[in-house]
Design a protein around this ligand. Structure first.
Ligand code: NI
Ligand code: MN
Length: 231
């Protein structure tokens, strides 16, 4: 059974598995690099890592059109329910796991801030460990490098998705250190080349990953899909 992981630019990822559509951090309508608009994406589940505009912008539009379940930090889930009339929300918090129709998720720590666009407190920023079939995909989301990534590595990750943009998250050098901590089989870069401050040479980053780690890097263009075979 294939897991299709499509980069929709910036920090937005669409996962297709069986008949499930899981969307992470949709930022499409205003993103300079998104290959499609919010109206073009269907999702049964939307994962939200934190409250910043470049992660929450299109969540409500898609959720309210598709009837998606929005899963986020408790404060953010409450905000979508009360301020954006999202009907199906599930709040969780760091360290918590959740069984879902496609598999399960665990909310992991991230070192980052998380205020919502209207100034509402959004709790703390998070990442997600997503389990599907026999595969484990770790989305670090917006974060600095932190040594507890070594704890996440104990889960034996198949695919890690890491920010490399710098300034707002870890940059290329720290993300290579994260790759070493995580020991995943594969790694994909995220959260870069959206705007000039986070422009990075992903091909050069991939060469450093190849030369210095056991992890295989895959660099996508917005709209491209990476396929993982799951049992
Ligand atoms: Ni952010
Ligand atoms: Mn961001």
């Amino acid at each position: 059974m294939s897991i299709e992981l499509t980069w929709l630019g910036h920090a937005c990822w669409l996962i297709k598995y069986q008949d499930h559509r899981i969307l992470l951090d949709p930022y499409l309508n205003d993103s300079p690099t998104a290959p499609m608009k919010a109206a073009d994406v269907d999702a049964d589940t939307i994962l939200v890592s934190h409250g910043h505009f470049d992660h929450v912008a299109d969540v409500a539009e898609i959720a309210n059109r598709c009837g998606s379940t929005v899963i986020a930090m408790f404060e953010i889930a409450e905000w979508f329910a009360s301020k954006h009339q999202v009907k199906n929300t599930i709040g969780m918090n760091i360290g918590g796991s959740l069984e879902l129709p496609f598999g399960s998720i665990k909310m992991t720590p991230a070192v980052h801030s998380s205020q919502l666009p209207d100034g509402t407190y959004g709790g703390v920023a998070a990442g997600f460990l997503v389990l599907m079939g026999d595969k484990k995909i770790y989305f670090a989301c917006d974060t600095a490098l932190f040594s507890d990534m070594k704890l996440i590595a104990e889960k034996e990750i198949d695919v890690a998705v890491l920010p490399i943009g710098d300034q707002f998250t870890m940059g290329p050098n720290d993300s290579v250190r994260a790759v070493k901590y995580l020991n995943a089989k594969q790694v994909l870069p995220s959260h870069y080349n959206t705007w000039p401050p986070i422009e990075q040479d992903a091909a050069e980053w991939a060469e450093v990953v190849k030369a210095g780690t056991i992890t295989q890097p895959f660099v996508l263009l917005p709209g491209e899909t990476h396929v993982i075979e799951s049992n």
